[in-house]
Design a protein around this ligand. Structure first.
Ligand code: URA
Length: 273
């Protein structure tokens, strides 16, 4: 099946944005698509097409899961995932889709790591350090997350790290539902490309938007959920652990659950300190 060029992908996304600006949100499929207009799920252009489709939908105002943008069961070949992630980043562009674009952000923090990671961490949103460097979890909380990853016997480069929102909320406040629901369409595409075996939600905001509903962290910890085609484990946000280090033991128990699922053994004398 022919693939769309990046110019064609951009043209489609721009056209959909144009219609949305005109107030047209609904599009209907006209019978079978012609061979030329079909987009293969295996191709890196899928996230772009999915993003374009998603842009036709009115944004929800409450925490709720967005439609799974990459059909359940569809897999992007491992060697194409890096390109697929790049395509999602290109689609995001110099994003102005939500108020965080106008709230003093310096950079969009897309996320980073192994496109074929078995384990993916999702935090809340970039802080000041991340906003300056354009990378997730590089400040104090990031140092602790690095230690947690090392304690699991992994290197940071082996996992994937992203956030619910990609732009820094002012004063590090919790993202508003409008902001999170606008931004998670891209996070969900990233998850759809990477298809990690385990997602770890770092803190309540990540858990809320990955699971599509609010619940206390204590009620969500200690068991395995299903979210976006992966198993999901909920644990404390590293910034919270910095404020209350007594909970590190609990967090380590959560990570050990993830390790058991992945068949990982902790290196000797491991600790998430
Ligand atoms: N806190 C987060 O939730 N994400 C980051 O990237 C950094 C700090």
């Amino acid at each position: 099946m022919p693939r769309l060029t990046s110019e064609q992908q951009q043209a489609i996304a721009a056209r959909v944005r144009y219609y949305r600006d005109l107030g047209v949100y609904d599009f209907y499929r006209r019978g079978e698509a012609s061979a030329e207009s079909q987009i293969t799920l295996e191709s890196a252009s899928e996230p772009i097409a999915a993003a374009a489709a998603e842009e036709t939908m009115p944004k929800k105002q409450s925490p709720a899961p967005q439609k799974d943008l990459i059909a359940a069961g569809s897999l992007i070949a491992p060697e194409k995932r890096e390109a697929a992630l790049r395509a999602i980043r290109e689609e995001i562009g110099d994003c102005k889709r939500c108020p965080l674009a106008f709230a003093g952000r310096h950079t969009i923090v897309f996320g980073e790591g192994d496109p074929n990671a078995r384990l993916m961490f999702v935090g809340e949103g970039p802080g000041a350090d991340e906003d300056m460097q354009g990378r997730p979890f590089v400040g104090r909380a990031g140092q602790l997350l690095n230690n947690m990853i090392t304690a699991m016997g992994l290197e940071r480069e082996q996992v994937y790290i992203a956030n619910i929102v990609k732009c820094r909320p002012p004063q590090n406040r919790t993202p508003e539902p409008e902001e999170a629901n606008t931004c998670t369409q891209f996070l969900f595409q990233q998850i759809g490309v990477i298809r990690p075996e385990i997602l770890v939600a770092l803190g309540a905001t990540a858990a809320t938007y990955l699971l599509g509903g609010k619940a206390s962290l204590s009620s969500l910890r200690g068991r395995i959920h299903q979210a976006r085609g992966s198993k999901l484990i909920v644990t404390y946000h590293p910034a919270y652990l910095l404020r209350d280090p007594r909970q590190k033991k609990e967090a380590w128990a959560d990570l050990q659950m993830a390790m058991a699922e992945l068949g990982l053994k902790a290196p000797k004398r491991s600790s998430a300190e």
